[in-house]
Design a protein around this ligand. Structure first.
Ligand SMILES: [Fe+2]
Ligand SMILES: [Fe+2]
Length: 502
């Protein structure tokens, strides 16, 4: 029944040319009048947004006044989500940064951040058959038999003899410790602090012993979901880490990219179909980002760096829609989610640039893209067994499984204490693009195209010290009607197609 209703609601919104976020859908399904509420949402006066977000449902719930029952919502028989397409060139779904924290109490602000995360991710886990007898942690009693809980991972530690792991999970009702036996399937899971997981627990005969973790579920990208494609053949090109102002900015390679996009080079037929450029952060090199950076700078003034960025973006054809998000080198607060660049720094940008927060989710001809710079690679790569800077897309798969871009608090990625956790991945995108590690990678995961979008900076002394070998001047050109990918290397002059796993 719930599945049928879910499909009906998705189809209903599609008929009204709207895409509904997974979290928003879940919230609607938990309401006792989901159809009426959905109709309220499509009838919002003056709402031209092609998306239905959690915030919109929450607003509709808050403002809904009881009224006489309406005739049932009409559903086109047999309507499939893919029948209708939302095909506008650019539509913002949401920015990760949703305004400064309310109130001055940092502890309360972080507590509402984690509450927001827990609520958003637990909604994705509820109702799974693998999580039978799902209960609030405070109500778990050893004598009750098998039960499941959804919790934020507070701690993972080894038992005194180091054979097994002890997992501590928190939910809004309390916290629980559970044993992960070394020979269980759950032992293969690498838990990260502050990610949200669902676990099935089994109790032994002795009530004093810890429950055992029998199975672990992550929020994940659902195996069946609406995928979005543009109606006609349009392309988007994905770049990252321009580092304008650095001595090692690859001006020649950038020139080749400009020539390509203007159609003055090989593959003009590909270039002519490009409508969008997405840049995933580290737009400029910044100042004071690492020790002795001034030695590496060609432009020592950050305002001048952004002026030069505006000039470089102005070299690209005016017909393109350019979307940029900041990274850790940009002149905004480094805590994530990061706000968009302030107006003063955007002053010289051409009119076709959308400057958004990091991360941000938007649709290009209906194809949902999430752009995140990727500072959290510095935390996730050391924490995930087998992960490496050379293979960032492996880590991106884990981000999608967690439905979170940077879960762990207190590591190298500073987290902003905002009332809504803007690092939760919702909706599941069609394309996830990151940068930061200065390599190039493309892969697919459960139908999502993963891109780590290279850099336009050659190797710096700092990277040599940290043993990072960059793969610069690469670009991913994606056909939005199929999500087929052409990978191009501009480092040698004309674009060269390069093979990739995706
Ligand atoms: Fe960078
Ligand atoms: Fe970066």
């Amino acid at each position: 029944m719930a599945d049928a209703l879910r499909e009906h609601l998705v189809a209903f919104f599609e008929q009204h040319h709207k895409l509904v976020e997974a979290g928003a859908l879940q919230l609607l399904l938990t309401n006792h009048q989901p159809l009426l509420l959905s109709r309220d949402l499509v009838e919002q006066p003056g709402d031209g947004s092609p998306f239905v977000t959690v915030e919109m449902v929450e607003r509709a719930l808050a403002t809904r006044t009881p009224r006489a029952p309406l005739a049932p919502v009409e559903l086109r028989p047999g309507a499939r989500p893919s029948d209708a397409r939302v095909d506008v060139p650019f539509a913002l779904i949401h920015e990760g940064f949703a305004g400064p924290p309310v109130g001055a109490d940092a502890l309360a602000a972080y507590s509402s951040l984690f509450q927001s995360r827990y609520r958003a991710l637990s909604r994705m886990l509820r109702g799974r058959p693998e999580l039978g007898n799902l209960r609030p942690i405070a109500t778990i009693r050893p004598g009750d038999g098998p039960a499941s809980v959804i919790g934020l991972v507070r701690e993972v530690r080894a038992t005194s003899k180091r054979h097994h792991l002890i997992l501590t999970l928190d939910d809004e009702s309390g916290s629980i410790e559970a044993l992960v036996p070394h020979d269980s399937s759950a032992a293969a899971v690498s838990f990260l602090p502050d990610e949200v997981v669902g676990v099935r627990l089994q109790f032994g005969r002795e009530p004093s012993k810890l429950p055992r973790v029998e199975a672990v579920e992550r929020p994940e990208v659902p195996s069946s979901r609406t995928v979005h494609r543009s109606a006609g053949r349009r392309r988007a090109i994905f770049l990252s880490d321009l580092h304008i102002g650095s001595r090692s900015f690859l001006a020649d390679a950038w020139g080749h990219l400009v020539d390509f996009l203007r159609g003055n080079g090989p593959l003009p037929e590909v270039a002519a179909e490009v409508d969008h450029v997405v840049v995933a952060g580290d737009l400029v090199d910044g100042i004071g980002i690492y020790p002795n950076q001034e030695r590496d700078l060609a432009i020592a003034d950050v305002v001048e760096q952004y002026a030069e960025l505006g000039r470089r973006l102005g070299e690209l054809p005016e017909r393109l829609t350019i979307v940029v998000v900041p990274g850790n080198h940009d002149a905004v607060c480094p805590a994530e989610p990061q706000p968009a660049l302030p107006a003063a720094l955007r002053a010289s940008f051409p009119a076709n640039v959308h400057s958004l927060a990091n991360p941000s989710t938007f649709a290009l001809h209906g194809v949902v893209v999430e752009a995140y710079h990727g500072r959290s690679f510095d935390d996730l790569i050391p924490a995930i067994p087998g992960a490496a800077y050379a293979r960032p897309t492996d880590v991106m798969k884990r981000m999608l499984a967690m439905r979170h871009l940077a879960p762990s608090y207190g590591d190298r990625t500073p987290l902003a204490p905002l009332p809504r956790d803007g690092l939760v991945i919702d909706p599941a995108p069609d394309i996830l693009v990151t940068g930061h590690v200065h390599t190039y990678g493309a892969d697919r995961y459960r139908g999502v195209l993963l891109l780590n979008a290279s850099t336009w900076q050659s190797e710096t002394e700092y990277q040599r010290m940290r043993n990072i070998t960059p793969v610069p001047a690469h670009a991913a050109v994606v056909d939005l009607s199929t999500l087929d990918l052409v990978s191009l290397d501009f480092s040698g002059g004309d674009p060269v197609r390069v093979g990739t796993a995706a």
